[in-house]
Design a protein around this ligand. Structure first.
Ligand code: AMP
Length: 282
């Protein structure tokens, strides 16, 4: 049975965030210290002997020394997240951020997912702990970008209409690093409105030089995953069985085929912000 409790999703397809050019606080601490060191060195050339002796009596505070140790680094232990690896290093002050439409499955959908994952045996596909439709890659942002970025997303989304999605087929994806394979359900909307959503996100991301969504996006909801790229090893016959299973269930439970989108969310670190859509529908 799927548990829909929240789990930190490790990134699949993302690059780290970048700093704004004129913002000193975003520069690595090391480079600020190096600059200070360089200016100290030039002063030292004037009265070097006196300065050297002073330095002997002024040890660096522990807080400064520890900046260069591993103490501030999050040490990744793949055992903590079922062998998955991060595709960007977790750094203090970087917030993993992802825009998506959450999907709350009912009992019938949970059963369907279990059935589909069974078809993939002996591959060990695990159900996703949370279901969503991605509208962005996972990107890393600085803490002080959270407020302005979420505000600009909220302002863009409130001008876009709500819509209704249709689940159409099963499809396999891999992440960019090809370290995981996903079994997903592709979705479509009238008039390509999903593309308008991802374009809105891309426009907001652009200001922060964050990685855009795929040039040729393929909108989907991942329902299971396994380690490594196993796409080539899954037979045509298995793919047909998956599609037939989906088709027959959707035919029997017509309500499963469609779901409404009324809001998206911006997940950043352990925070979550609602991106409400306008009341118009398309
Ligand atoms: P998601 O469930 O949204 O995390 O997607 C599963 C994986 O599909 C992610 O790692 C995406 O990077 C990957 N993916 C590969 N090609 C595409 C594409 N054309 N559009 C969207 N996602 C893609």
């Amino acid at each position: 049975m799927l548990s829909m409790s929240s789990l930190v999703q490790y990134s699949d397809s993302e690059d780290g965030g970048s700093s704004t050019d004129n913002d000193d606080s975003d520069r690595p601490v090391n480079s600020n210290i190096m600059r200070r060191k360089r200016s100290q060195q030039s002063q030292n050339n004037v009265g070097s002997e006196k300065k050297t002796r002073t330095a002997e009596f002024l040890p660096l505070p522990d807080t400064i020394k520890s900046l260069f140790s591993n103490e501030h680094k999050h040490l990744d232990n793949s055992e903590n997240h079922e062998g998955r690896t991060r595709s960007f290093e977790h750094l203090e002050g970087n917030w993993a951020t992802h825009i998506n439409v959450p999907y709350n499955p009912d009992e019938r959908m949970i059963e369907l997912i279990e059935e589909l994952l069974m078809c993939l045996r002996p591959f060990d596909f695990k159900p996703m702990k949370e279901l969503h439709l991605s509208l962005s890659r996972t990107v890393a942002i600085r803490h002080h970008w959270i407020k302005p970025l979420t505000e600009s997303l909220q302002n863009r989304f409130k001008l876009l209409p709500r819509t209704c999605c249709e689940i159409s087929s099963v499809k396999l994806y891999t992440n960019d690093e090809k370290t995981r394979t996903f079994l997903s359900l592709t979705v479509s909307t009238p008039g390509d409105i999903l593309h308008e959503y991802t374009q809105a996100v891309d426009e907001c991301f652009e200001e922060y030089k964050l990685q855009k969504y795929y040039e040729n996006p393929s909108y989907h909801m991942s329902i299971g995953w396994c380690l490594c790229d196993v796409i080539q090893q899954i037979s045509r016959e298995t793919l047909n069985t998956l599609q037939e299973t989906l088709d027959s269930t959707l035919k029997e439970h017509i309500g499963l085929k469609l779901f409404a989108i009324e809001e998206a969310i911006c997940k950043t670190g352990n925070k979550q912000f609602s991106l409400q859509l306008s009341k118009d529908r398309r």
